[in-house]
Design a protein around this ligand. Structure first.
Ligand SMILES: [Zn+2]
Length: 375
């Protein structure tokens, strides 16, 4: 992962390279931004640049010993911290049993979210965290001499999962850093960090990617056409991690089919149709169900934009456009807020493992009432 692999974020990348070349690298930094914006990609590119023995103004060289070790994620002066769970039967709660999986995970992509990690380590219903034992282990590792004589770097993904006692152990490392240590915290929810920690970090704010940057990135990473990537960029609000998940589950044609038959069944309160839709929905799997609900929300919002004549903002395929042109009169200012809230709540319930059939059925009954509301 070099700067040339980071999607968009060109100004920020250039600023990071400037600080590296100036030698004034803050020893504790917070890369803070939403999922899929490139926080982890930037931290990795920055770490590689700091270790590179022959960097140019634009990027790390890609061919020195350090760069090659970074490419394989085997650089001895790069440490990782990430949330995990305590394995049954283990006495100490440290990340060792997860390090191999983490390496595989990072070799696959830097555009990831917690749900990707949860499914990678098979921790569907488990609470992930960073333990006190792990913080002590990090302290120990960073107190060792650097192998190559340069920076010792720790990339700490999702520090907001630290408990207070863990955070206090990390605080010591931030307040009294060992020589040539750089800690890069990569966070999606910085407001959940302890104020004592937050106030000691140099903050690097990372914004969500623009529609055009994310569309280009999605097309590059998943191989879909730029037209399709534009649709996904819009659907995921520029979140590359979410778009990669989308690319792994079915096509949106079937989403449209399910959505249109479902809306018809809801409108006419067709019990058999709703049951059929609910069965189909339950076969999609958790990721597919979340994707479908995100799609439903997207379609409902497009109806409103269409109603208000904001044609330029409406991004739909021809088939979708033809469905929406007939359907949009049922979505209006009297029901849009409640409809959106209902679909969002269902999305949250799916993420929280509530039974899919129950969610879909309840949602359908409420959607019926809302669709029947006079505009
Ligand atoms: Zn290099």
């Amino acid at each position: 992962m070099q700067f040339s692999d980071v999607l968009g974020q060109t100004q920020l990348s250039s600023r990071l390279r400037d600080t590296a070349r100036s030698g004034r690298v803050a020893h504790a930094q917070l890369f803070d931004g939403p999922e899929g914006s490139g926080t982890l990609a930037l931290a990795r590119a920055f770490a590689k640049y700091l270790h590179c023995s022959n960097p140019t103004t634009d990027d790390s060289c890609g061919s020195c010993t350090s760069c090659l070790a970074h490419e394989k994620l085997q650089h001895p002066d790069l440490q990782w911290a990430f949330p995990f769970f305590k394995k049954d039967g283990s006495t100490r709660s440290v990340s060792d049993p997860f390090q191999i999986m983490w390496r595989e995970f990072m070799l696959e992509s830097s555009y990831v979210g917690i749900e990707d990690w949860l499914s990678k380590i098979g921790a569907d219903r488990k609470q992930l965290f960073v333990s006190v034992d792990e913080a002590l282990e990090i302290n120990r590792k960073l107190s060792l001499k650097s192998f190559h004589g340069g920076y010792k770097i720790l990339i700490f993904w999702l520090p907001e999962t630290m408990r207070v006692d863990t955070a206090n152990k990390m605080l010591k490392l931030i307040e009294e850093p060992t020589e040539k240590t750089v800690i890069l915290f990569v966070s999606e929810k910085a407001n959940r960090l302890l104020p004592t920690i937050l106030s000691r970090l140099q903050r690097v704010h990372i914004s969500r990617l623009s529609d055009s940057d994310s569309a280009l990135g999605i097309s590059k990473i998943t191989g879909v056409s730029i037209e399709k990537a534009q649709g996904w960029a819009h659907l995921t609000d520029g979140n590359i991690a979410s778009a990669i998940r989308l690319s792994k589950t079915g096509s949106e044609t079937s989403d449209l089919q399910l959505f249109s038959t479902w809306m018809r069944a809801c409108w006419s309160r067709d019990g058999v149709g709703i049951m059929k839709g609910s069965n189909e929905f339950s076969t999609l799997g958790r990721e597919g169900q979340k994707k479908f609900l995100a799609y439903a929300l997207h379609m409902v919002r497009q109806c409103i934009l269409g109603n208000y004549g904001v044609e330029k903002l409406v991004r739909l395929t021809d088939v979708e456009q033809s469905f929406i042109s007939k359907f949009q009169r049922f979505i209006h200012e009297k029901n849009i807020v409640s409809l959106s809230a209902l679909i969002e709540a269902a999305h949250k319930d799916i993420a929280g493992n509530v039974n899919a059939k129950v969610i879909f059925f309840d949602l359908s009954v409420q959607v019926h009432t809302l669709l029947r509301k006079e505009s």
